[in-house]
Design a binder for this molecule. Structure first.
Ligand code: 8YV
Length: 333
């Protein structure tokens, strides 16, 4: 008998077929988002589960799924999963790093350009039929990206990919990170590691790329926004909750900062109405990694991660585990 797995969200046919080779699969072709109790009921007799950011797995979920051995997340961030509860039960949790670096960095840069040059505001103006004067010297004036200072909070793999793009725009990069990059890399990226206060005070664009954790909750709130220049732009492509969205909406409305580009939100898909009311914010619906090839690669990697981890859990210790984020779970017998 094949091991049983549940896939929480829609996946590509190629990914589904690959999983059906090895597993008895319960899929979700209609892409309904299940409440945690509904999803745990579907996974109650499963060995494996494939999740996305929308699927919240906590201790109660784990307790309701006694056979579960592996959870494989389509995404690099795993803040939707209670890692401590999984580790305590010996459940391996996998993620999909690296394959999304370029697409997510591109989206970060797209938001930098769109906010600086007021692209969505200008487009809405044209679509609304408001473009009456063919040209005006002072129409839709924005901010320079070339030569500006880019502050990156969270200089991991995606942050470094953004910084490589910034080289082409002659930008100076300031960054905050637990560890410092090697000197040669800092020189190549025109990057310096500074304190968060210095980064906020000096950057023209502040880009957030820290993983969500309770410690990162409201990392950027009213106090931090006040440290930024009135001409500065905040970009959040990390996670909702890293920014205090209500404080950001006030800062945008009263001119504390100039603009924001947001791909992630507190309580998404609901967006704080005060943000929706701001013209100087570019909003996208959590599409950081949303290119055809990247989402395919992420889903396929999640399938491969799950397959390897389930084979390992079934006793084949020659299998190389890949992208397991809580190897301590192996210590639980
Ligand atoms: C994912 C993301 O597409 O990988 C992540 O952490 O934020 C996105 O790129 C999303 O989380 C789907 O699970």
């Amino acid at each position: 008998m094949k091991p049983k797995i549940t896939i929480a969200r829609w996946v590509f046919d190629d990914v589904l077929q690959r999983l059906q080779r090895d597993f008895d699969v319960s899929a979700n072709p209609s892409d309904q988002i299940f409440q945690p109790s509904e999803l745990s009921a579907r996974a109650v007799d499963c060995d494996g589960l494939i999740t996305a950011v929308t699927d919240h797995v906590d201790a109660a979920f784990i307790a309701a799924c006694p056979k579960l051995k592996v959870i494989s997340n389509i995404g690099v961030g795993v803040n939707n999963i209670d890692l401590a509860a999984c580790t305590a039960r010996g459940i391996l949790v996998c993620n999909t790093p690296d394959v999304l670096n370029a697409a997510t960095a591109d989206l970060g840069f797209a938001l930098i350009l769109a906010t600086a040059r007021r692209i969505t505001e200008a487009e809405q103006f044209v679509r609304a039929g408001n473009w009456k004067k063919a040209f005006a010297v002072n129409q839709f004036l924005g901010h320079d990206v070339a030569g500006a200072t880019l502050g990156i909070i969270g200089m991991g793999r995606i942050g470094q990919a953004v910084a490589r793009r910034a080289v082409g725009f002659d930008m100076r990069v300031l960054y905050c990170n637990r560890t410092q990059l090697p000197t040669a890399q800092e020189q190549a990226l025109n990057a310096s590691r500074v304190s968060q206060a210095a980064l906020l005070a000096q950057s023209d664009f502040v880009l957030l790329l820290v993983p969500y954790s309770p410690a990162a909750h409201h990392l950027i709130g009213a106090r931090e926004l006040l440290l930024m220049k009135p001409s500065a732009v905040l970009i959040n492509i990390a996670r909702g909750g890293v920014v205090d969205d209500a404080a950001l909406a006030s800062a945008l409305a009263n001119g504390t900062i100039a603009a924001a580009g947001l791909d992630v939100f507190e309580g998404e898909p609901v967006v704080n109405p005060a943000l929706l009311a701001c013209k100087n914010v570019v909003l996208t619906p959590h599409i950081g990694s949303a290119t055809h090839s990247t989402r395919m690669n992420m889903a396929m990697l999640a399938a491969q991660n799950l397959t390897a981890a389930l084979q390992y859990a079934a006793g084949d210790k020659n299998i190389a585990l890949q992208n397991v984020v809580n190897l301590d779970a192996l210590k639980i017998k």
